[in-house]
Write a protein of this length. Structure first.
Length: 475
């Protein structure tokens, strides 16, 4: 159903109609569009633009239409330009020309951005819930391996011994920040654009605050021009989704490495692996690789929207039609990816006996030598040089640090007394890192417990927000 055309002698050319058409992707907004129309209708009734009896007829038809949309008995057709024209067509089909009354006092400009905000809120909360499930799986594995010794890496080189639970728990911290970002997004962007009209506000809808409250928003946006042109909330949502993708990519990269023959640290469950069409022995970590690969798609969606927004003047511009598909794609990508990654993590079998074999390789205990001297009052710069000299001696002799003799240590520096041997073990190095963020077993278990407590709080917040908005969205 065309929503404009009275001043035109000709309809749009076929190519223009095809270019302008968005209903094939913005149909996802249909449930939200109906709910926003009902809130708008209530405002029109309060202002006397629509009579109470007409409003009852229109609202009943909208509620019926919502059920038809949900069941699939009503959907868009080739004549619809966008979701708004399709919904109005369905409304008019039920109650005749009276259905057109709903258009008073609003524009597609404020309608679509309100619909889209509700869609994003709904889906961000769903994504957040899936992220907390992944955090729970990581915490469970981290707790299981809170005493498993492994090499820690920087620059993909052996660095210092750590506990593997510490390594896994770092991912929980990153993902908790992702949930926090979404919470922050919701606090900043829970303001309604409805009532802005095309750009100047509406004389027929003088109290947008009531509609905002009905839809679950904190309040209305302060400026009608900003309300129809602002897409900060989309860019920020896409950034939050991109960061989740990047964190999944990092986890995927590590699983890909850990599952190699060279590492042998993890066996990925059969349900989360794939085989080869030509090599029967292959067991590939495809979920991990897909997690790594899809991050580029999520970042690309953010980039496309940022470039589209650059330099748009004044109020609404049709460029903004390009804001939806990147969001739909990013949301749907994560809704598909997160359960698979969570399953991969939860069902993985790690091999601590293999990890521990390499914990002290690559002279990863050299820092313990420097710390040993620092505790004796040797300036750390000097201690660092001494530890380096120990490594150099070992390399020339083809031995490891603990294989240096007492005489070797004394020759390098008089402070390297026989007590040095007490710290030249992975166990000793790990046990000494007792700070709150360190890798001692007590520290790691406390970190995991705190992360799990924060995750439970996040799950409670998500559940509360979902109930709040689902209550506002119910018809």
């Amino acid at each position: 159903m065309a929503l404009w055309g009275g001043r035109f002698a000709q309809g749009p050319a076929e190519s223009v109609a095809a270019l302008s058409r968005s209903v094939h992707f913005d149909w996802r907004l249909a449930p939200y569009d109906i709910r926003v129309n009902i809130a708008h209708l209530h405002g029109l009734t309060k202002s006397g633009v629509v009579s109470a009896s007409d409003a009852q007829t229109i609202e009943g038809a909208l509620v019926s239409l919502a059920a038809d949309v949900q069941s699939g008995t009503f959907t868009f057709n080739d004549s619809d330009e966008d979701v708004h024209s399709a919904i109005e067509r369905g409304l008019v089909a039920k109650i005749g020309p009276l259905g057109g009354a709903i258009r008073a006092g609003r524009s597609r400009n404020d309608l679509v951005v309100t619909d889209f905000k509700l869609y994003i809120i709904d889906h961000l909360l769903t994504v957040s819930n899936l992220v907390t499930q992944l955090i729970a799986a990581l915490n469970a594995q981290a707790e299981r391996h809170a005493g498993s010794i492994a090499p820690g890496f920087t620059h993909l080189q052996h660095a210092q011994p750590i506990l593997f639970g510490h390594e896994l728990a770092k991912h929980s911290q990153a993902l908790l920040r992702d949930v926090d970002r979404i919470s922050d997004w919701l606090e900043r962007h829970s303001f309604s654009p409805l009532g802005a009209g095309a750009l100047a506000g509406s004389g027929l809808q003088p109290s947008p605050e009531a509609s905002a409250e009905e839809l679950g928003f904190i309040g209305s946006l302060a400026n009608s021009i900003d309300a129809v042109s602002d897409r900060d909330f989309i860019a920020e949502a896409l950034f939050a989704l991109s960061m989740i993708g990047i964190h999944l990519s990092r986890l995927g990269e590590e699983f890909t490495l850990w599952s190699t023959t060279e590492f042998g640290w993890v066996t990925v469950a059969d349900e989360y692996s794939t085989g080869s069409s030509i090599m029967p022995q292959k067991k590939n970590p495809d979920i991990a690789e897909l997690a790594r690969g899809k991050a580029g798609r999520l970042v690309g969606n953010l980039t496309s929207v940022m470039v589209m927004l650059k330099g748009l003047p004044f109020a609404y511009n049709r460029d903004l039609q390009e804001d939806k598909e990147p969001v739909f794609d990013s949301m749907e990508t994560l809704l598909l990816l997160l359960p698979a990654v969570t399953g991969m993590v939860a069902t993985a079998t790690f091999h601590p006996e293999i990890m521990q074999q390499g914990a002290t390789a690559g002279f990863s205990l050299a820092t313990e030598v420097a710390d040993f001297l620092a505790r004796k009052g040797v300036p750390f710069a000097t201690a660092h040089e001494v530890a380096g000299a120990c490594v150099k001696k070992c390399e020339s002799a083809g031995i490891d640090l603990h294989e240096l003799s007492d005489a070797d240590f004394q020759a390098i520096h008089p402070g390297l007394t026989p007590e040095i041997r007490g710290v030249l073990t992975a166990e000793g190095a790990i046990a000494s890192r007792t700070s709150s963020l360190g890798t001692s077993e007590q520290s790691v278990r406390e970190q995991i417990a705190i992360a799990e407590s924060e995750n439970v709080l996040a799950q409670a917040w998500i559940s509360s927000e979902q109930k709040r908005f689902s209550g506002m969205m119910s018809l």
